[in-house]
Write a protein that binds this ligand. Structure first.
Ligand code: SIN
Ligand code: FE2
Length: 217
């Protein structure tokens, strides 16, 4: 973690950081999954590499993404939507590895959402300077299901807002292995990622990788 922005304040695995009535960061929850998860991620990326999508407004997104699972989130001139095929290859998205599914359902259950069965895993790659502007996750069909977000690699500052875009945000550091879960009354809260700082991590180098698991269809 040399050079990491937050190296001096590493949290304790197992800590629960409340973000709201039905939202929490589970510190280090993914750590015990990573040895199995990392090689599976590399297989997914071989089949469906990261790519920069275009927003409906015509801008290239700064954070490249890919997906695994039955449905994948996509953006294009035509809008945001989940689709079962990779628009670059025309093939189905790679299957969701069993270890991904286990991590998502166990983290959801630990956060109070038993029975979560995601059908989509969006994978984002951040490099220094990359950011994700405030948004709601609203392209899914069933808002009773939570979002489960897994952080790997260099740290980030999660921006956690309210149900309206205006009104300010809390800032919460997210570290390698942390899992954020939001659902219920917090499901539609605005969130984003502040610009990623230079850092390095033994597993990912200068990058941050994030998975968000969703029940999309
Ligand atoms: C997202 O909101 O889709 C990703 C959040 C993150 O990268 O932590
Ligand atoms: Fe999001």
């Amino acid at each position: 973690m040399t050079g990491d922005l937050f190296a001096d304040e590493l949290p304790l695995a197992g800590e629960r950081m409340s973000l709201g009535p039905q939202s929490v960061v589970l510190r280090g929850f993914a750590l015990t999954f990573i040895d199995e998860l990392w090689p599976r991620l590399q297989q997914v990326l071989t089949q469906a590499p990261f790519r920069h999508m275009v927003t409906p407004g015509g801008q290239t997104m700064s954070v490249p993404l890919t997906n695994c699972g039955p449905l994948g989130w996509t953006s294009s001139r035509a809008g945001y939507r989940y689709r079962s095929d990779d628009p670059d290859s025309g093939l189905p998205w790679p299957a969701m590895p069993a270890v991904f599914m286990r991590l998502a359902t166990e983290a959801a259950a630990a956060a109070g959402f038993a029975g979560f069965a995601p059908d989509a895993c969006l994978i984002n790659r951040y490099r220094p300077g990359s950011r994700l502007t405030l948004h709601q996750d609203r392209n899914e069909r069933d808002f009773s299901q939570p979002i489960v977000s897994v952080s790997l690699g260099v740290s980030a500052v999660f921006l956690w807002g309210g149900l309206q875009r205006a009104g300010g945000t809390q800032r919460m550091a997210l570290f390698h292995g942390d899992v954020a879960v939001w659902g219920g009354v917090d499901r539609m809260r605005y969130h984003g990622i502040a610009p990623i700082r230079e850092g390095s991590h033994a597993l990912t180098g200068s990058e941050r990788i994030n998975f968000t698991f969703r029940k999309a269809g």
